[in-house]
Design a protein around this ligand. Structure first.
Ligand code: IPD
Ligand code: CA
Ligand code: CA
Ligand code: CA
Length: 256
C-alpha cells in the first residue's frame, strides 16, 4: 500500500512538471535571485499531497515549498516536488520529482522520476534498486583517478576551510572529470545506475537527498558524511559512491 501510494504520488507530481515544462509559468525568487520557485513546484507539491492524503491523512509530511505538515506519525514523507528548479525554469530537462519515506528515523523507500528522460528510479530497504523496474547496480570502478564524478553547489554558503570552490579546484587540478547536473536527486540516481562513480555536495536539504540516498544504498553503493560517518538525510554534507572508491573520495574532498 505504501509503495503503491509512493509511486502514484511521484507520477502525479511528474505529470504536472510535464504539463508546465513547455509553456509559460510564474517564476519567483526565494533566498537569492537564482534560488527559484515556479508555479510547477507548487502545483506538483499540491498534487503529491492530495495522493498521499487520500490514503494516509495522518502521516507526517516534510516538503520543500510547504514545509512541515506535522502530525504525530512515525512515518515521514520527505518530498521535493521539483528537484532541479533552475534547470526547469531554463527549459533544461534534467529535473525530477523526489520522494523518500522514513519510518522511525530510517529511510525505507525512495522514488525519483525524471519524466523528461522517462527514468523512474525506486528502492525499498533490503529489496534492491530499480530503474524502470529493472535492477541497477553501482559501477565497479576502483581507482578514483579513472572515475567520473558529479557535484552540486548551494545557492548560498558561508566561508569555510573546505568550501565548494576549494574542493572543486582540487578535482580540476587533478584533471578529474567532475560534472554538475543541477539536480541532487538525479546525481544520486546516476551513481546508483553506475553512470557516475561518486557524488559529493556541501549543503543539501533532506528533500534533496532522502530518496536518492536509499536508491544508492540499495544499488550497492555507500553514502556518508564528509568524515565517513553514517549519513542521515537530515545532514547537509553528503558523499555517495560505488563504495570501492569511497575512501579515496573522502580523502579528496577533505584534501589530498
Ligand atoms: C537543488 C538541486 C541542486 C543542488 C541544490 C539544491 P532544487 O534543489 O538539487 O542540484 O545543487 O543544492 O537545492 O532547489 O532544484 O530543488
Ligand atoms: Ca532540491
Ligand atoms: Ca525543489
Ligand atoms: Ca529549491
Amino acid at each position: 500500500m505504501l509503495k503503491a501510494t509512493l509511486l502514484k504520488a511521484t507520477e502525479a507530481g511528474a505529470k504536472i512538471l510535464q504539463e508546465y515544462f513547455n509553456g509559460t509559468f510564474q517564476i519567483d525568487s526565494k533566498s537569492t535571485a537564482n534560488d527559484l520557485v515556479t508555479e510547477a513546484d507548487k502545483k506538483a507539491e499540491t498534487a503529491i499531497f492530495s495522493v498521499i492524503r487520500e490514503t494516509y491523512p495522518d502521516h507526517y509530511i516534510l516538503s520543500e515549498e510547504a514545509g512541515e505538515l506535522s502530525t504525530a506519525s512515525n512515518i515521514k514523507w520527505i518530498i521535493d516536488p521539483l528537484d532541479g528548479t533552475v534547470n526547469f525554469a531554463h527549459g533544461i530537462p534534467l529535473c525530477c520529482v523526489s520522494i523518500g519515506i522514513e519510518q522511525d528515523g530510517k529511510m525505507i523507500m525512495g522514488a525519483v522520476y525524471n519524466p523528461f528522460m522517462n527514468e523512474f528510479y525506486f528502492a525499498e530497504k533490503g529489496q534492491g534498486a530499480t530503474l524502470n523496474n529493472k535492477p541497477i547496480q553501482v559501477s565497479a570502478k576502483t581507482d578514483l583517478a579513472k572515475a567520473c564524478l558529479v557535484t552540486g553547489f548551494p545557492y548560498t554558503w558561508e566561508e569555510e576551510d573546505n568550501d565548494p570552490v576549494t574542493v572543486f579546484g582540487r578535482f580540476i587540478k587533478q584533471g578529474l572529470p567532475l560534472r554538475r547536473l543541477g539536480s541532487a536527486a538525479i546525481d544520486l540516481c546516476w551513481v546508483a545506475a553506475g553512470r557516475f562513480d561518486g557524488f559529493y555536495e556541501h549543503k543539501l536539504n533532506a528533500w534533496d537527498s532522502a530518496a536518492g540516498f536509499i536508491i544508492v544504498e540499495e544499488a550497492g553503493g555507500k553514502v556518508t558524511d564528509f568524515k565517513g560517518n553514517y549519513f542521515s538525510p537530515h545532514q547537509k554534507k553528503i558523499i555517495a559512491s560505488n563504495g570501492k572508491i569511497h575512501e579515496q573520495l573522502l580523502q579528496a574532498v577533505a584534501g589530498f
